[in-house]
Design a protein around this ligand. Structure first.
Ligand code: SAH
Length: 227
C-alpha cells in the first residue's frame, strides 16, 4: 500500500511514523508513506498556502491552487483509490472503515489548517472525507496519523501474529475481553482462576462472555449492528 500525505507540517509525522508498528511496516515494505510539503507546490514567492476568506470573517482558508497542483502531480504518476480530506464533519472513522482502507492500493490524505480548505477542493478533488471524532483539532496532521495507524496495522503481514488484529476490539462486533500478565497476584489482586486453568474451551467461553458483557456495558449500540 502507498500513502501520500499532503501537509504544511511534514515534521509532525516524524514521531508517529518512526516508531513501533508503522516503522516496521515501512521497513518490511508493506507500506510506502510519502510526505509532501504543500508549500513546494505554490507559485507564490512567499510560498503562501492560505488566504483571507471571501465574505470576511475570522480565520484564513487554504487555497485551491497549491492543493490542486500537488494532487495533479501525484495523480499524473499513478491512480489513486481515494483522495481523502481529514475534516471534523467527515464520515466518522471506525474499525470497519480502517479495514476497508487497508485493502486499498494507493491513497492520498490531505491535512487542512486554519478555518479549513476552499470548498471547491472538497467538491472537485476529494473523494472521501474522514473525521476522527466530534471535536476540532488545529490541523489535519494528528488526525491523519491516527487514520494511518489504524489502517497500517491491518495490512496483512504487518502484525507479527495476524490473529492479534482479528481479536482486537470492534473486529468481530465486540470489544476485547480483559487481559492479564504476570504476576498471578499483586497486592492481593488476583488473575481470574479460569485463565490459569489451562482449559482452552472454558477460557474461550469466558473470553466471549466477558466481551459480550463489556460490549453491553460500554458500547450497547454495537450489539445487533452489522460488523
Ligand atoms: N473551521 C473548521 C475546522 C477547521 S480545523 C470547522 O469548524 O469544521 C483545521 C483542520 O484540522 C481541518 O481542515 C481538518 O483538516 C483538521 N481537523 C480538525 N478536526 C478534525 C477531526 N475531528 N477529524 C479530522 N480532521 C480534523
Amino acid at each position: 500500500m502507498r500513502i501520500d500525505i499532503i501537509t504544511i507540517f511534514p515534521e509532525m509525522f516524524e514521531g508517529p511514523f518512526s516508531e513501533s508498528i508503522i516503522k516496521r511496516a515501512q521497513e518490511k515494505k508493506l507500506v510506502d508513506i510519502h510526505l509532501h510539503q504543500l508549500r513546494d507546490y505554490t507559485t507564490d514567492k512567499h510560498r503562501k498556502t492560505d488566504d483571507y476568506a471571501f465574505s470576511g470573517g475570522a480565520g484564513m482558508v487554504m487555497m485551491i491552487e497549491p492543493v490542486a497542483r500537488c494532487i495533479d502531480a501525484l495523480t499524473a504518476e499513478r491512480d489513486y483509490d481515494e483522495i481523502i480530506y481529514m475534516s471534523p464533519d467527515g464520515e466518522l472513522l471506525d474499525q470497519k472503515m480502517a479495514n476497508t482502507l487497508s485493502l486499498k492500493g494507493n491513497i492520498i490524505i490531505l491535512c487542512g489548517h486554519y478555518k479549513g480548505i476552499d470548498e471547491r477542493i472538497r467538491e472537485h478533488l476529494i473523494t472521501k472525507e474522514i473525521s476522527i471524532g466530534n471535536y476540532v483539532l488545529s490541523g489535519g496532521e494528528l488526525a491523519a496519523a491516527v487514520l494511518v495507524d489504524s489502517v497500517v496495522r491491518l495490512i496483512p503481514g504487518v502484525l507479527g501474529n495476524e490473529t492479534s488484529a482479528l481479536s482486537d476490539s470492534f473486529q468481530d462486533g465486540l470489544v476485547s475481553p480483559p487481559v492479564y500478565t504476570r504476576p498471578r497476584e499483586f497486592r492481593g489482586w488476583k488473575v481470574p482462576d479460569i485463565l490459569l486453568s489451562g482449559n482452552e474451551k472454558l477460557i474461550t467461553e469466558w473470553k466471549y462472555e466477558q466481551s459480550l458483557k463489556r460490549t453491553k456495558e460500554r458500547r450497547p449500540g454495537m450489539l445487533g449492528e452489522e460488523s
